[in-house]
Design a protein. Structure first.
Lengths: 230, 402
């Protein structure tokens, strides 16, 4: 798999490249955002790992420009000091994972390997246990299933795997999943929303483009629908 | 405080010149027998106002206050109005600031005393057969002197405000520095960590080399955590709330604390539900409070005293109490306890309790400290809504983790 690492800390970028190459990948290192744009314009990358603080433009802006060049690539950010507002922008725009520094290598390699293997991962976000376990059972026929009960847990799970599809309950113990759905859609994840509220109410929160099923529903039929999109 | 020059300015502004001072001193023998009555009226007023009443700890303190008010009246009318007088007045003013008496209370109390003195002077001067002119001069002088007193009081409040402002600027500067250093250190740490990872694969089976590699890795982790704590102090981050069981939060807070030999008892009921809090922040709060308790015991009269930590459910609130048998806290310390950079410890920056308050208030909760009757201090935190039943609706103040 071709990977691009962008960090003006050359020692770190080279170490990361060496670790990724050891895992069997083909890694290119650049220090400057402009060089990153040039490299991505020349040959495609499957995954790009960008530092947030870079000379000239920050990693969030670079991500937005690289994604125009490579809409199907996976994007991970890494940061030493978290400017929460800027990172929230990146998350909303669809950055898949925001890694702290020192970089948790297990997390990074796990994500990279899942992309390389072409894992088909489904995220199931539902706080009602009985329903969650039934849905997980149905989903497991087609996908590797990651489960979460809260928005916070869902953010955690979503950051650790390349997702194909997601099934999200809109009302969760720690809030509404509206931003979560926006993030997943920005990542090109096929999202289906389940809700106990009225369809119209859910659509007013999410917009008309998000498929919504109201509870109760036929789990089998819903999974079929999900399989068609993801 | 600008010192005695300021006092001279206040006197000049109020028109309290040497003639006025002489007038006041002439009135003193007439007023002295009335002091008791003025003090009585004054405290009757305090007793009748709940908000003023609670500025005083107990009956004993109120009784002491009566004594000091009589002394205040005595010196007020005696003078001489010199540098020593000004110093004394400043000390009295600062005492009011320390007990956090609101400025408007100070004003209404002064006006109560002014009225009491003026009424007494009018009656006594008439009885003593003073001329109308002498009476008027006495009343005017008294008014001007009270204005000077008010000026001094206001100055002590201003002085206190400036001091707080400076402290918060200092904290902001420290925060900025901490953030910068944290960022600068995390990059080299990331290099060390990745290099170590690469090195470990090539170490082979040498057990000593492996043991040292593991040690380096663990210490890099510790450095990362220290930086995280430092940044947490520096940044005013809203809580990232999750549902988290209380027992493990407490356990991780107590891990790694420097305990000396202080006895520590922990009471977290098994049936306490999971709390909707920022576990990392609450961990830090518990660690700070318990660490303070341990230090208080170490510095206190009984080195074998113990520290108790208890968690409990009160309605839908999570309450946490940390009690120690240490040196206790005086009313003055209590008033400033949560100010950044305020510390009573020989070693310590004074950020711990400021952070506690910031985190607790970020959770919409309260923290209070009081001296225990049996000696030592008790800190109590209440986090309302931590156990609120959530029917899929986020409680007030909840936000998505960022």
């Amino acid at each position: 798999m071709r990977i691009l690492v962008v960090d003006d800390n050359r020692a770190l970028a080279e170490n990361l490249a060496e670790i990724l190459d050891d895992a069997g990948h083909d890694t290119v290192v650049v220090e400057h955002p402009e060089a990153a744009l040039a490299a991505a314009g020349k040959a495609p990358f499957d995954l790009m790992l960008l530092d947030v603080r870079l000379p000239g433009m920050d990693g969030v802006e670079l991500f937005e420009r690289l994604r125009k060049l490579a809409p199907d690539a996976h994007f991970l950010l890494m940061t030493a000091f978290t400017d929460a507002g800027r990172l929230q922008d990146a998350w909303r725009a669809g950055v898949q994972s925001i890694l702290p520094k020192p970089v948790p290598l297990g997390h990074l390699l796990g994500f990279v390997d899942a992309v390389a293997r072409g894992d088909r991962v489904a995220l199931l976000v539902e706080d009602e246990e009985a329903l969650a376990s039934n849905l997980a059972e149905v989903l497991e026929d087609r996908w590797k299933v990651r489960q979460a009960r809260t928005v916070a847990e869902a953010r955690q799970e979503a950051a650790e795997s390349p997702l194909k599809v997601a099934l999200v309950d809109l009302r969760l113990p720690d809030g509404l999943g509206v931003e979560l759905v926006a993030h997943l859609r920005a990542r090109n994840v096929a999202v289906m929303v389940m809700t106990g509220m009225g369809r119209r109410e859910a659509e007013s929160l999410l917009g008309p483009a998000v498929p919504v099923v109201t509870k109760p529903f036929d789990a089998g039929a819903m999974v079929e629908r999900l399989a068609e999109v993801g | 405080m600008a010192g005695y020059a300021l006092f001279q300015e206040l006197r000049a502004d109020a028109g309290f010149d040497d003639d006025a001072a002489a007038s006041v001193q002439r009135a003193r023998p007439l007023l002295q027998p009335r002091f008791e009555g003025i003090v009585e009226t004054f405290y009757a007023k305090i007793e009748s106002s709940a908000s003023m009443r609670e500025l005083f700890a107990d009956e004993a303190q109120l009784k002491r206050q009566r004594g000091s008010l009589r002394a205040w009246l005595e010196t007020l009318l005696t003078g001489p109005y010199d540098a020593a007088y000004f110093e004394l007045r400043c000390r009295i003013g600062r005492a009011h600031v320390r007990i956090q008496m609101p400025q408007h209370h100070m004003f209404s109390m002064m006006s109560l005393l002014r009225t009491g003195l003026q009424e007494a002077l009018a009656e006594e001067a008439a009885r003593a057969g003073w001329s109308v002119e002498a009476q008027r001069a006495g009343q005017l002088a008294l008014d001007r002197l009270i204005d000077v007193e008010l000026g001094v009081m206001l100055e002590t409040y201003r002085e206190d405000y400036v001091e707080r402002l400076r402290a918060s600027e200092r904290l902001a500067a420290i925060g900025q520095l901490a953030a910068t250093i944290g960022h600068e250190l995390r990059n080299p740490l990331a290099v060390i960590d990745t290099s170590l990872h690469l090195l470990e694969r090539r170490l082979g089976e040498d057990p000593t080399a492996r043991r040292h590699a593991t040690k380096i890795g663990a210490q890099v982790g510790v450095c990362g955590e220290i930086i995280t704590d430092l940044l947490m102090l520096a940044r005013d981050r809203p809580p990232e709330r999750h549902l988290a069981p209380v027992g493990p939060i407490v356990a991780s807070a107590l891990e790694g604390l420097v305990r000396y030999d202080t006895k520590l008892t922990v009471d977290v009921p098994d049936d306490l539900p999971a709390a909707f809090v920022d576990a990392g922040q609450i961990r830090q709060v518990i660690a700070n409070l318990v660490s303070n308790g341990i230090h208080a015991v170490q510095a206190g009269p009984h080195r074998d005293g113990k520290v108790e930590l208890a968690a409990m459910q009160v309605g839908d609130s999570l309450a946490l109490e940390v009690r120690d048998e240490g040196q206790g806290i005086t009313a003055e310390v209590r008033a400033r306890l949560f100010e950044p950079l305020f510390t009573t410890r020989a070693q310590g920056v004074g950020l711990g309790l400021a952070l506690v308050r910031r985190v607790v208030e970020g959770h919409g909760g309260t923290v209070e400290a009081h001296a225990r009757n049996e000696g030592g201090a008790c800190f109590r935190i209440e986090l309302p809504g931590a156990f609120r039943k959530r029917e899929g609706v986020a409680p007030a103040g909840a936000r998505e983790a960022s």
